[in-house]
Design a protein around this ligand. Structure first.
Ligand SMILES: Nc1ncnc2c1ncn2[C@@H]1O[C@H](COP(=O)(O)OP(=O)(O)O)[C@@H](O)[C@H]1O
Ligand SMILES: [Mg+2]
Length: 478
């Protein structure tokens, strides 16, 4: 376990007072005893439903170095504990995160956008790592708790740090980017996603532009030139004194797509990265992954990483679980079929991107392209229209059969030509039996929906029913 902090350092950074001890050195942080590892510091956060102070004893006996607790909760806790007593644990975590940033010499990237944040963060982590120790959260830790946790967990020796920053409401990104103080801020794209708390996509663009508020002096803003909102983003970035770098297919892009060969297993890309022409292979399919790679390589260049090593690392990139992972299953009667697991997340932009991948896939002889779709959530009043509108990219991708689940997807079901209608049910659970029996040799099946639509259970059911023959995104094939 590498040493991250001593408790004395954490006490100094947070202004808290230590009680109990002795204290071992700190390896990480945890806010949940179920995932706590020995050597972590437990931060007792008070949420709407749960109060972390109820789990302090469990955390300490599971091997927590100490618990960060609120002064006013002290009377309810055992006398003999290893505590850092503070005014308010979340506020203390922010002070620690700020101290972590202040002690770091790392070059920092922050990523926001309507879709592609986690994928871009993961790509940055993978392609920066050959240039030096790179810190990034393991999961999609992008909110008011995840960001300070990730920053507090950054080793002092990191050369690079990568942070995902998300939001549901205007104003949420500003304090997080001001904590992270990135040298590079990426806005992957601005789309109709999480429309619930916004009255227009323009408002979303303005909220995403908040990420520039935290840029270090002389920092760079990486903006998608192919997105309709590039102008407003560039204006907001310039107003903050940022160096604006445009990425995309557009001829005016500073990181520009020169040529791309899309394959079923990945893409071969030639790009001009701030004047350096390079050709690289991406080990997972999708034009959206290519688009994100332009931002990633622009960031690598600005951060001083090795572009050639980054290009090589792209060939080894794997799709994260639920975000395009390709699974091959054997059929009992012989032959196999492929399942593309997109069950983690869905909105109109990522649906279209995923259908394009399905369209580029090559079913075997007699095989079909099949989509099993759950509701896209958090779209507000436009939801019905946005679901219906999926018919056209589905047909463009030559998808043979579409199965739909959920009240919103019913609109799409009725909107499809009858030849393409596989079936509809009111929930993922209700369509599971029908789709599980479906596969024939050569089929390519995609499962996609918002996490809350529970289509992940359908993927799990495929895994239970059929033998996994391969787990491959084709990285070594294209
Ligand atoms: N630039 C993009 N345009 C459209 N869809 C994308 C893009 N980047 C990623 N996606 C798709 O969006 C979904 C969510 O990706 P993820 O990286 O988890 O985004 P986020 O962290 O922003 O929620 C995945 O299905 C992914 O394939
Ligand atoms: Mg994410």
């Amino acid at each position: 376990m590498s040493r991250l902090w001593t408790m004395d350092e954490i006490a100094a950074a947070t202004g808290g007072r230590l009680a109990g001890g002795p204290f071992a050195s700190v390896g990480g942080f945890s806010i949940d005893t179920r995932s706590l590892k020995p050597g972590d510091v437990f931060v007792a956060l008070t949420g709407e439903r749960n109060d972390g102070h109820a789990y302090v004893e469990a955390a300490l006996s599971a091997g927590a170095v100490a618990a960060i607790i609120a002064e006013d909760k002290l009377p309810g806790l055992a006398m003999a504990g290893r505590y850092l007593i503070v005014d308010e644990p979340l506020a203390a975590l922010y002070r620690l995160a700020a101290a972590s940033r202040a002690r770091s010499a790392a070059r920092i990237a922050a990523v926001t956008g309507s879709v592609g944040k986690t994928g871009t963060k993961e790509a940055l982590r993978s392609v920066l790592a050959p240039s030096g120790p790179t810190h990034a959260a393991l999961a999609s830790f992008n909110n008011h708790i995840g960001v300070p946790l990730t920053l507090s967990s950054m080793p002092a020796t990191s050369t690079y740090g990568v942070f995902e920053i998300g939001m549901n409401h205007a104003g949420e990104i500003t304090p997080l980017t001001q904590l992270v103080r990135p040298h590079v801020a990426i806005v992957t794209t601005v789309e109709a996603a999480h429309l619930e708390y916004f009255s227009s996509v323009e408002e979303i663009a303005e909220a995403k532009a908040e990420i520039f508020a935290g840029l270090e002096p002389g920092g760079a803003a990486l903006i998608n030139r192919d997105n309709a909102f590039h102008d407003v983003l560039a204006q907001r970035a310039s107003a903050r004194g940022a160096r604006v770098i445009l990425f995309g297919e557009h001829p005016a892009a500073d990181v520009r797509l020169v040529d791309v060969r899309d394959g079923a297993d990945g893409s071969l890309v030639t790009a001009s990265v701030l004047g350096t022409q390079m050709t690289y292979r991406i080990g997972m399919p999708g034009r959206h992954v290519v688009q994100n790679s332009l931002a990633v390589l622009g960031a690598v260049s600005v951060l001083g990483g090795d572009l050639a090593l980054a290009g090589v690392a792209y060939a080894r990139l794997r799709a994260p679980r639920g975000r395009g992972e390709c699974l091959t299953f054997a059929l009992p009667q012989g032959g196999s079929f492929m399942l593309i697991d997109e069950s983690y997340n869905a909105n109109p932009a990522s649906m279209a991107a995923a259908f394009a991948v399905l369209g580029a896939s090559r079913p075997g002889a007699g095989g079909r392209r099949i989509a099993i779709l759950g509701d896209m959530l958090e779209l507000g009043a436009a939801a019905k229209d946005l679901h219906e509108a999926l018919a056209s990219p589905l047909l463009a991708a030559q998808v043979d059969l579409v199965f739909t689940a959920g009240p919103l997807m019913e609109a799409l079901h009725h909107h499809l030509p009858s030849a393409n209608r596989g079936g509809h049910a009111s929930s993922a659970a209700d369509i599971e039996a029908a789709v599980i029996a479906l596969p024939r040799a050569g089929d390519v099946i995609m499962v996609k929906g918002s996490n809350g639509s529970r289509v992940a259970a359908i993927v799990a059911a495929f895994k239970t029913r059929y033998a996994l023959a391969g787990q491959d995104n084709g990285a070594d094939k294209a």
